[in-house]
Design a protein around this ligand. Structure first.
Ligand SMILES: O=c1ccn([C@@H]2O[C@H](COP(=O)(O)OP(=O)(O)O[C@H]3O[C@H](CO)[C@@H](O)[C@H](O)[C@H]3O)[C@@H](O)[C@H]2O)c(=O)[nH]1
Ligand SMILES: [Mn+2]
Length: 667
């Protein structure tokens, strides 16, 4: 309620920028990809092409696109290089669009075929000099590879300028933690600092393409439009998805967050969602808003402050100069190392961050696999607000994970990451007490970050029903008692409220149900696991890794998938991941409980229950409701192939159920 109480919407009118068109700032665009198998190079190329084609004044000069490839894949590199060949079609796309449509389409189809046919081995051996650096390397142990795929100096006179495109694969070494996406983002920030140093940066995941060609100008409205910059430390576009399945079968389209998003926009501002977000470079460099206090430690010039800058940003002369230009507001200065990649490689090295503030007060913050939440919170804690940019059509679209394993792995990562924030020194309570995080914003962060803790309570509630049926007890008033109306009223208000919210957004009842039950499933599986993993990892007993979500191209509309195919895709799938154990156990348990409870009713042995305290309609209903929510798992118990729960999981779940039966039978 705190989060939804004061909704705010920002409307943007890019046409009002027309007079200031020459003043529009340069934008560095960042794309991250990590695994050529889970994230097909074609997906990345589509994203990059959409960024390069964005409608922005003097785009060729002001935009530069940096692609970080943590997979260090020659195929990704090849795909991007081929994509630059698509360049001539861009100029024409803007002018005589229709005539050139067919030419462009066939060029694109050729590009797709080339990328799909590419294979790493033959590229390495027959691809020429450009691939030499990829030869004989391990993807977790290699020097930095940085290649300028398109540089404006290559443009011929008279040719329309085309944004720069730079391929970055940072150095990796077994001795250094690479901090997953946050680490990749920080390298991109530094590499771009010494190459183009644009005051604004936008970052997207490799599967998130630009859907509204005017997206950047809309964002500028919010970045330039406030009297005080403080109101838009960053500008976030809400996550929207393309294609996808009907009615959100895996619940990852988190609909209640629509209202939540607009709600917190009215507090200190929307959360940073990790993708589709415009950042001010100086905010990322750890600056506080001018109206709050200048420069947080880096205000003066002279040798002393040079040392300070070095301690913060590292030893590269070029980077320090560029950072100094950024924090002192000297945007007109040209980037320092415009040519060559030597300096860029220096700042992309593993050991560059040693002894600096990168990953703490500077750049994307380390210490959570939900680096987006953590980094956004650091920015809010510095006193910035953020603005939500909701354009029509949506600025960016990304793809949704499909199937049980991919969805629950994603939920598990979020849960772990969020809980990591709570147990770290960067938690929202401390930020509200000692820094500039507002109280209500802190509550909103807590509500989200405490989700794994909520899982523990939710599991206990879920177990109450089965426990009562099994042990012939009750926890709810009997239907004949007056008190019975209280749980009924609570339950139906809760359900009706959630349902109405979906109706308000014009969604189907089915979508509501899918989302509702998927939240129960995700909490009891991914949330619960996250709750246990984080303390274990703090004790050093387990290791948290960022598991990249598989990007399925088949979710796109143009696949032409038949309806039955889509229905199949919407069916829950399983694998042998431990994330499935708790819910499988819960499903089995409720079946056993209902069986035992009904048998007792039928055989009339309830009379033996302690002073008529046996289960009533309430307990049966909660068990049945639980079973209904877990229906995909009940179906999975008997399903075949990937639609069936593997025996290993069933066995472990069975063991848990047996343990529960044993202990509940004891008293
Ligand atoms: O070591 C890594 C791991 C991941 N990534 C990139 O990080 C992005 C996000 O990963 P993905 O598996 O797609 O995660 P999602 O669950 O789809 O991402 C959501 O949640 C993440 C935090 O958990 C945020 O970083 C994302 O922006 C947000 O979209 C992708 O572009 C990856 O290529 C890297 O660059 N390096
Ligand atoms: Mn993603």
């Amino acid at each position: 309620m705190n989060a939804k109480w004061s909704p705010v919407r920002f409307n943007t009118y890019p046409e009002n920028l027309a007079e200031r068109i020459d003043e529009l700032p340069a934008v560095d665009m960042f794309v991250t990809t990590a695994d050529p198998v889970l994230e097909p190079p074609l997906v990345t190329v589509n994203t990059v092409l959409s960024l390069l084609a964005v409608d922005y004044p003097a785009a060729g000069d002001k935009l530069a696109c940096y692609v970080s490839d943590d997979g260090c894949s020659p195929v990704t590199f090849y795909a991007l290089r081929e994509a630059t060949g698509f360049r001539p079609h861009f100029g024409s796309a803007n002018h005589k669009f229709l005539e050139d449509w067919t030419i462009m389409k066939s060029a694109y189809e050729k590009l797709v075929r080339r990328i799909e046919d590419a294979d790493a081995r033959s590229l390495l051996h027959h691809g020429g000099r450009e691939f030499a650096e990829f030869l004989d390397i391990e993807h977790m142990n290699h020097p930095a590879i940085i290649k300028i795929l398109w540089d404006n100096s290559k443009s011929r006179i008279g040719e329309e300028l085309f944004p720069r495109l730079i391929y970055v694969s940072r150095e990796k070494s077994p001795g250094y933690h690479h901090h997953y996406k946050a680490g990749a983002m920080n390298v991109l920030v530094r590499v771009s600092a010494v190459m183009t140093n644009a005051p604004i940066m936008v970052n997207v995941d490799c599967d998130m393409f630009v859907n509204n060609p005017k997206a950047f100008t809309h964002a500028m409205c919010l970045l330039l439009g406030f009297d005080d910059e403080m109101h838009s430390g960053f500008v976030q576009a809400p996550q929207r998805f393309y294609g996808g399945l009907n009615d959100n079968p895996f619940g990852n389209r988190i609909v209640p967050f629509k209202k939540f998003g607009v709600g917190i926009a009215g507090l200190q501002g929307c959360f940073y969602g990790g993708t589709g977000c415009f950042h001010r470079r100086k905010v990322i460099y750890g600056m506080a808003p001018d109206s709050i206090g200048t420069g947080r430690g880096v205000t003066t010039t002279g040798s002393q402050s040079y040392k300070e800058l070095q301690n913060r940003y590292g030893t590269s002369k070029e980077l320090i100069e560029s950072a100094w230009n950024t924090i002192s507001g000297n945007q007109s200065a040209k980037p320092v190392a415009n040519s060559g990649t030597e300096v860029a490689k220096e700042v992309a090295a593993c050991n560059y961050e040693d002894g600096t503030r990168w990953g703490q007060e500077v750049g994307w913050v380390y210490g959570s696999v939900a680096e987006d939440m953590l980094t956004g919170m650091r920015i809010h804690a510095a006193g910035w607000r953020s603005a939500l940019m909701d354009t029509e059509p949506s600025a960016f679209l990304c793809c949704l994970p499909i199937g049980g394993p991919a969805s629950l792995t994603q939920f598990k990562r979020w849960g772990t990451g969020l809980f990591e924030i709570i147990v770290s020194k960067n938690n929202p309570i401390l930020a509200a007490m000692f820094r500039c995080l507002q109280f209500r914003q802190c509550l909103a962060y807590l509500m989200v970050c405490l989700w794994p803790v909520k899982a523990l309570f939710e599991i206990c509630y879920a177990l109450l029903g089965p426990y009562c049926l099994l042990t012939n007890r009750s926890f709810l008033p009997k239907a004949s008692e007056d008190g019975f109306s209280i749980p009924i009223a609570l339950f139906s208000t809760h359900i009706t409220y959630g349902f109405m919210e979906f109706m308000e957004y014009g969604l189907s009842a089915r979508a509501w149900w899918n989302s509702y039950r998927m939240r129960r499933i995700a909490t009891a599986s991914a949330g619960l696991l996250a709750f246990f993993i984080v303390p274990l990892s703090t004790l050093g007993l387990s290791k948290i890794v960022f598991e990249v979500t598989r990007k399925d191209e088949s979710t796109s509309d143009d696949d032409g998938g038949s309806t039955s195919n889509k229905a199949d895709l919407g069916r829950f799938t399983f694998d042998d991941s431990p994330v499935f154990i708790p819910v499988t156990a819960l499903g089995m348990l409720s079946i056993v409980a209902i069986a035992v409870g009904s048998w007792r009713q039928v055989s009339g042995s309830t009379k033996g229950g302690a002073t008529g305290g046996g289960p009533g309609i309430g307990e049966f209903m909660s068990c049945a409701w639980l079973l209904l929510c877990l229906f995909p798992f009940v179906r999975g118990l008997v399903g075949k192939g990937s639609y069936g729960i593997p025996w290993g999981v069933k066995l472990k779940a069975g063991l848990l159920v047996a343990m529960f039966l044993h202990f509940s039978g004891r008293n």
